[in-house]
Write a protein that binds this ligand. Structure first.
Ligand code: PMT
Length: 229
């Protein structure tokens, strides 16, 4: 029996949306259901990997056979990811992370006192970028292999390649979230995978599980090439 391709490997996947609290009953979030990240976690599990799934708010049922770490805000996702990097071979960031959070959180439910209300937001840490920077600072700079996502509505390739470079990923998976059958909440996705030299593969509309399988095949091929160099 041939060993499973990812046996002995530790894979970290993030999924779902972050929740940024305004007060005890209100928050800012997004439409991520967790399905894309869960499909990746399941595909990696079935290839023999030891999978940790860090999930924010989600609608889909969490997969079995993987370690689940539940988080809420971007800062708590940041801590959960960074704590585990030294022990990770492959990280896939499918979560939809809020770029901003309320500058302060009210401890009591906020009352309406005026006709208009301005909520001040401050920048969240960019987790994917922090992973890339962490790796560069390691003595061998080789691990983990980093796969990011890019949720775009226009100029998909341009924005995806910009994110790949800025966030120092090995691969970036771009989805145009305005296309039917792609992006948030859907059972399927339509993605293009980019590497440092440009387009690696454009996939047709597929189930999120099939996208996950192909993505892991591509990652394994790229890792194999890197190891031969
Ligand atoms: O969960 P589903 O309903 O199945 O939907 C899947 C999906 C649309 C959420 C998924 O396919 C997807 O595109 N995920 C990335 C969403 C996103 O936050 O994209 P972005 O282009 O804003 O961010 C780019 C990358 O940086 C992402 O890997 C993101 O996880 C990461 N990021 C972004 C901001 C931040 N502060 N920290 C991050 O790590």
């Amino acid at each position: 029996v041939s060993p499973k391709p990812l046996s002995g490997k530790k894979v970290l996947v993030t999924a779902g949306g972050t929740v940024e609290r305004i007060d005890p009953v209100r928050y800012i979030t997004n439409d991520s259901s967790g399905k894309m990240g869960f499909a990746i976690a399941e595909a990696a599990r079935d290839r023999g990997a030891e999978v940790t799934l860090i999930c924010g708010r989600m609608e889909a049922e969490v997969p079995h056979g993987v370690k689940i770490v539940k988080v809420d805000s971007a800062t708590s996702m940041y801590d959960a990811v960074m704590d585990r990097l030294a022990n990770t071979d492959l990280v896939v960031k499918a979560a939809a992370v809020a770029d901003y959070r309320p500058a302060s959180q009210a401890t009591h439910k906020m009352k309406k006192t005026s006709e208009t209300f301005t909520l001040q937001l401050v920048r969240n840490p960019d987790i994917l970028q922090a992973i890339g920077e962490w790796r560069v600072a390691q003595p061998d700079g080789a691990k983990p292999f980093i796969i990011g996502f890019a949720a775009e509505t226009n100029d998909v390739e341009k924005h995806a390649l910009d994110k790949l470079q800025r966030k120092k990923c090995d691969l970036i998976v771009a989805n145009n979230v305005t296309e039917a059958g792609a992006g948030f909440g859907t059972e399927t996705n339509i993605v293009s995978v980019y590497g440092p030299k440009g387009l690696v593969e454009q996939l047709p509309q597929m189930s999120k599980r099939a996208v996950a399988e192909r993505l892991l095949e591509i990652a394994q091929a790229v890792i194999g090439e890197q190891n031969r160099k």
